[in-house]
Ligand binder design. Structure first.
Ligand code: ATP
Ligand code: MG
Length: 570
């Protein structure tokens, strides 16, 4: 497999048609279809991840571009792992991303029709009941170089097959005792065509059909026929299904039903993360993360809680495009898309994450004043707000250095710096505890520099943010690093699993952060595309942050969505 890495430089706005758009334009021009009908077909066995977002953007995006429609279809043919919790979450995630479906369907709604079609295939000698066990069937399938061995039950009469299939449906047989197989060719060069299984017996209640069925169709038998029932013109799926396409076409041809076409594109892979629902479920179940929406998870709800916007995810999907060969996308491209959008829309606030106390000795005790701060320099409509200033402040511990090198432009003894929107100040001395840690920095300020500029035109090289100690509110801030320490966490050495690649330092919790008081009155959530989402800010100089649902009125919690600059580049 060739691989290709796409980064933020690989962006074009006026791009050429991608291969799916070319196919669609040809199909519309040739009259193969009059309008585009696509579908997004998730299996409700987990939450959606960023790979699904790509599929959603493609399916909904293509239909929209060509004036067509997109259905949401739950591919609920395996009752063992499926649940209504997932059905609801998936709908929320699609809405939140900004899409709405024309029709909502469930493959389970087609069970009756699929059963009838299976009977038709039996009647025409194109399907048979096989009494072999699954192990025997597998063993007799042959290999790529050797033909398979026909089942001893392959030539049962139509009448016997119909009778047995009906009795399978009626629950007379145990799980695994029989299957229904298509009768195609046990020597076919494509292994998928060697009498594939159409139905298996599963005495498991289904989240929608309850105990009505105890035989369930396999993906290959259900998917194409469901597409056909909905008159899907372009059934878009990931590359690993290309070997299934002949079987997809075979069922449709034999049944002589609406000819949906399958087209494959490369699935989205991102470094430093895993994307299989099975593995994501394991992370949740075994407590490695706090839930499906843990801000470190590559799930759509995880990105939402992390502070991603629908626009940033859609732009990311557009930016990476569609390919016909597998590639790995750099995680930093996601952050690039997020920064690009939040820079335009996020209001600025001041927050000190790792505070140290500052006293301005020549500022009158007991006095305070309001200074004007700009909410968003990228958007004048966001206006301004008032920020209180007083004699005692907090600044970031990292913004002061006692023995500073020459090029250090932040606060150090005797060097003037600007407090953002406030005054020029100069550090004079420090207080330390018995261990030598700085507990307080004493400064003087120049009252003539109010607002941040000196009337005599003198300049300072550094500007730092601050909050007034007396007005500050306390908050917890959660910082995140990659969930996995390894670029390809799925590739674990012998005897290890992807869990051994987890980054032990992916979550850092800061308590006692100091925020400007405007953040206290702020609401902690918004409704975005009908779904609850966090409020997003830029904390000046510190990155983009958003409210976490763990917040309460007396305990605010913020998540860092991303830093202001790319922290992933080495
Ligand atoms: P997983 O392997 O992660 O469990 P899945 O393919 O089993 O995913 P489905 O619910 O069956 O999950 O997928 C719904 C749709 O999303 C399918 O059309 C599938 O091709 C697409 N899809 C799933 N993962 C990706 C991905 N990484 N990139 C692009 N499309 C994806
Ligand atoms: Mg699947």
């Amino acid at each position: 497999m060739e691989s290709q890495t796409v980064d933020s430089k690989n962006t074009t706005t006026d791009r050429q048609l991608n291969f799916l758009e070319e196919i669609i334009e040809n199909d519309l021009a040739s009259g193969r279809c009059a309008a585009v009908q696509t579908r997004f077909p998730p299996e409700p066995n987990g939450y959606l991840h960023i790979g699904h977002a790509k599929s959603i953007c493609l399916n909904f995006g293509l239909a929209k571009k060509y004036g067509g429609k997109t259905n949401l279809r739950f591919d609920d043919t395996n009752p063992v792992k499926e649940d209504t919790e997932y059905v609801d979450a998936i709908q929320d995630d699609i809405h939140w991303l900004g899409f709405d479906w024309a029709e909502l369907h469930y493959a389970s709604d087609y069970f009756e029709q699929l059963y009838k079609w299976a009977c038709q295939l039996i009647e025409r000698g194109l399907a048979y009941v096989d009494d072999q066990s699954l192990d025997e069937i597998r063993a007799n399938r042959g290999t790529v170089t050797e033909p398979g061995k026909p089942s001893p039950w392959r030539n049962r009469s139509v009448a016997e097959n119909l009778d047995l299939f009906e009795r399978m449906k009626n629950g007379e047989f145990e799980d695994g005792s029989r299957v229904l197989r298509a009768k195609i060719d046990m020597a076919h060069p494509n292994m998928q065509m060697r009498d594939p299984i159409m139905y298996r017996i599963l005495h498991t209640p289904h989240h929608r059909t309850g105990n009505r069925w105890c035989i369930y169709p396999m993906y290959d038998y259900a998917h194409g026929q469901s597409d056909s029932i909905e008159h899907i013109t372009h059934s878009i799926c990931t590359l690993e299904f290309d070997i299934h396409r002949p079987l997809y076409d075979w069922f449709i041809q034999q049944l002589d039903i609406y000819p949906s076409h399958q087209h494959e594109f490369a699935r989205l892979n991102i470094n430093y993360t895993v994307m299989s629902k099975r593995k994501l479920l394991q992370l949740v179940k075994e407590g490695y993360v706090s839930g499906w929406d843990d801000p470190r998870m590559p799930t759509i709800c995880g990105f939402r809680r992390r502070g991603y916007t629908p626009e940033s995810i859609r732009n990311f999907c557009e930016r990476i495009g569609v390919a016909k060969r597998d590639n790995v996308i750099d995680y930093s491209l996601l952050e690039f898309s997020l920064r690009e959008h939040l820079n335009k829309v996020a209001q600025r606030r001041m927050a000190v994450l790792n505070p140290v106390r500052v006293v301005i000795d020549n500022y009158p005790e007991g006095q305070s004043e309001m200074l004007t701060a700009i909410n968003n320099p990228e958007n004048a409509n966001d206006g301004t707000r008032e920020v209180p200033f007083s004699r005692e402040l907090y600044i970031e511990r990292e913004d002061f250095m006692e023995d500073a090198p020459k090029k250090y432009f932040r606060m150090t003894i005797g060097q003037e710096v600007r407090l953002r929107y406030a005054y020029f100040v100069k550090a004079q001395s420090v207080e330390k505890d018995s261990e030598g840690n700085i507990t307080c920095i004493h400064c003087t300020y120049d009252p003539a520099t109010r607002g941040g500029d000196a009337p005599d035109g003198r300049k300072v090289k550094g500007t730092i943010h601050w909050v007034s100690a007396q007005h500050a509110i306390d908050a917890e801030v959660r910082l995140f690093d990659r969930l996995f320490a390894n670029e390809t966490p799925d590739e674990a050495p012998e005897g290890k699993t992807f869990l051994d690649n987890l980054n032990p330092n992916s979550l850092q919790v800061l308590k006692g952060c100091k925020l400007e008081p405007a953040l206290a009155d702020a609401t902690t959530s918004i409704i975005e595309n009908g779904v609850k989402a966090p409020v997003r800010y830029q904390f000046e100089r510190m990155g983009y942050f958003c409210t976490d649902p763990d917040s309460s009125s007396d305990h605010l919690v913020f998540n860092r969505s991303c830093t202001l600059k790319d922290s992933f580049k080495v």
